[in-house]
Design a protein around this ligand. Structure first.
Ligand code: NAG
Length: 314
């Protein structure tokens, strides 16, 4: 009797943080501040790794590219979020939603892959120091980076295509601040089994596999470090990878918790958790890398007087 009213959804409403009506201005301020610091901090890292002679090593090449990636990744999410908070209009067309999803998941894959490339770089530097310049030559570095950027594309295009070939009939309200896979699956009807296979396959290929590589690299790194004769040597070797390890734990921790329970109800905690890997980690990344890293701080010190000096000379 109660035939469900199947209307074709033409646009979605991103509910975002509309459950906190009194905090809209406050949230706008906070997210604007976070976004600005992401642009500033990561921009600074890109510039430093490009211009500073002391930072012309594979590790900083990867770091510079990772900062560039963080800027791209947050720019897919945050500007849209800010405009929703500002205008209080939350509707998004299917095409815009598909575009956002597509870039979001492709760049997400790049994050995981690039993090494992960076772990591999540390592994070679610490466990194979003599071969490091040969193994990590410029060509290999460029190939590794390019591979990280493009290898997520086919599977993630497939995922996006699969999601948007489903009919959406439960509702057009997405209880999230961006078009992510899980909120979209909640409102999709029809057969989601192909999509679920793609999601699990994608998670194994782009999250679990890089994770195993990272763990493996760190096991070997630690095994090498504990065998080093001097305590200073141990400390130095470990300090070059502790920043990377911190970023890995932050990023993987939140992403694995967030994605390991598909089809659950997206709750307030899930939204906060996704905030963690979408904007909080990118914000802390430059801080983690610069505060704990003498080379980066020195490069910054050298850069600053020079640019002030040339400004004064004009
Ligand atoms: C990072 O690598 C990608 C792919 O090779 C490239 O397109 C991009 O320009 C690089 N960005 C920086 C800042 O090095």
């Amino acid at each position: 009797m109660a035939e469900r009213n199947i209307t074709i959804v033409e646009e979605f409403i991103l509910l975002g943080f509309s459950d906190l009506p009194n905090l809209q201005g406050f949230l706008f301020g906070i997210f604007l501040f976070i976004y600005m610091s992401i642009l500033f901090g990561n921009g600074l890292i890109i510039i430093l790794t490009k211009v500073s002679p002391a930072l012309q090593t594979p590790m900083y090449f990867f770091l510079g590219n990772f900062s560039f990636l963080e800027i791209c990744y947050t720019s897919v999410i945050v500007p849209r979020m800010l405009s929703d908070l500002w205008t209080q209009k939350r509707n998004i067309t299917l095409l815009a939603c598909a575009t956002q999803l597509c870039f979001f998941v492709i760049l997400g894959c790049t994050e995981f892959l690039l993090l494992s490339v960076m772990a591999y770089d540390r592994y070679v530097a610490i466990c194979r120091p003599l071969y490091y310049p040969i193994i990590m030559n410029q060509r290999v570095c460029t190939q590794l980076v390019t591979g990280s950027w493009i290898s997520g594309i086919p599977v993630m295009l497939g995922q996006t295509y699969q999601v948007f070939s489903l009919p959406f009939c439960h509702s057009n309200k997405l209880n999230h601040f961006c078009c992510d896979i899980l909120p979209l699956m909640m409102v999709a009807c029809g057969n989601t089994s192909v999509l679920e296979i793609l999601i699990y396959g994608g998670a194994v290929l782009y999250i679990m596999l890089p994770f195993i590589l990272i763990i493996r690299s760190y096991f070997k790194i630690i095994a090498t470090i504990v065998k080093l004769p001097s305590a200073i040597g141990r400390f130095k070797a470990f300090s070059t990878c502790s920043s990377h390890l911190t970023v890995v734990i932050l990023f993987y921790g939140s992403a694995i918790i967030g994605y390991s329970r598909p089809k659950s109800k997206i709750s307030g905690t899930d939204k906060v958790l996704s905030l963690f890997y979408t904007i909080v980690t990118p914000m802390f990344n430059p801080i983690i890398y610069s505060l704990r890293n003498k080379d980066v701080i020195d490069a910054l010190r050298k850069l600053l007087p020079k640019s002030f000096g040339s400004a004064n000379n004009k």
